[in-house]
Write a protein that binds this ligand. Structure first.
Ligand SMILES: NC(=O)c1ccc[n+]([C@@H]2O[C@H](COP(=O)([O-])OP(=O)(O)OC[C@H]3O[C@@H](n4cnc5c(N)ncnc54)[C@H](O)[C@@H]3O)[C@@H](O)[C@H]2O)c1
Length: 263
């Protein structure tokens, strides 16, 4: 029996709960959800808590963070130190190298593992494998409609309302991208951590008035060859800012935790 806890019950949390029956062949129980407000009737059979210690007291085997970067910072080490494995949805939090090391140390000190899902993108398996053979270049291009960049530093780079063609609003390292565009760091951080790191991973951010959905492109070259993956994700039905794919990828991590065969 796998005991599962959640932090956050938004777009990803809801979809994880919905998908677990399909993803897990082993017996499991969702022992509780840490929420900011009492969960609604939809999950009235799952206890919701407002304090992390209440959730930890239920002794879950694995906790899924799907709340935000601050939740990783606030609860991550405490969870791992309690010997509970952790799935981190908000991977952008790991752009903070101090927090990254603290989480790694906490995991090393206990038997608990940290699972980082591919999230909104794909090709991470190929990137991690290619890295072992030697990679020379990783470039990530994130293309979004202009309105998706509103409220970001892009507003000081271009006039988002009058764009007629695709325009590069940022070109630089993954580390610089994480600093300048903190709300867009999840995918950038995932690619950086899987591949060449924050300094050497190249990132290009584009505002494109001719698209509706977000388009991610990852190009990798190395000793084993070359690949480009283009992923046009549909938004989650619960949160238009989150790709629908993300929650399924997060659920896959929970399935991996409980599986004897991992693919
Ligand atoms: N890896 C990826 O590709 C990827 C993609 C999309 C989102 N994300 C991350 O996943 C997170 C969740 O995404 P979402 O679409 O479900 O967001 P959401 O806004 O729909 O839901 C987040 C939920 O978490 C709750 N919450 C926030 N802080 C909390 C806390 N400290 N304790 C308990 N509950 C808390 C909120 O009340 C909300 O209900 C995002 O913040 C983002 O960092 C990652």
């Amino acid at each position: 029996m796998i005991k599962i806890g959640l932090i956050g019950f938004g777009a990803i949390g809801r979809c994880v709960i919905e998908t677990l029956p399909k993803a897990l062949t082993e017996e499991y129980e969702v022992i509780g959800i840490l929420t900011r407000k009492a969960a609604d009737n939809w999950v009235n059979n799952i206890p919701s808590y407002s304090d992390i210690d209440q959730l930890l007291a239920k002794q879950p085997d694995i906790i899924v963070e799907c709340a935000g970067h601050h939740a990783v910072k606030e609860y991550g080490c405490k969870i791992l130190e309690a010997n509970i494995s952790l799935v981190i949805s908000s991977i952008g939090a790991l752009a903070d190298s101090v927090l990254y090391q603290q989480l790694k140390d906490s995991s090393t000190a206990s038997k608990a593992k940290i699972y980082l899902p591919a999230g909104a993108i794909g090709g991470i398996d190929a990137l991690v494998a290619a890295k072992l053979g030697g990679i020379h270049d990783v470039t990530y291009t994130m293309r979004k409609p202009p309105k998706a960049w509103q409220g970001s530093v892009a507003e000081t780079v271009v006039d988002l309302n009058s764009l007629k063609q695709a325009t590069v609003i940022f070109s630089g390292s993954a580390g610089e991208a994480a600093t300048l565009y903190p709300k867009n760091t999840n995918v950038t951080a995932t690619i950086a951590l899987a591949g060449l790191g924050f300094d050497e991973t190249k990132v290009e951010l584009i505002a494109d008035p001719n698209i509706i959905d977000n388009i991610h492109e990852i190009s990798v070259s190395g000793e084993t060859g070359y690949f480009t993956i283009v992923l046009k994700g549909k938004p989650s039905v619960y949160n238009p800012k989150t790709s629908a794919l993300t929650a399924f990828s997060v659920t896959k991590c929970v399935a991996d935790f409980g599986s004897s065969i991992i693919i």
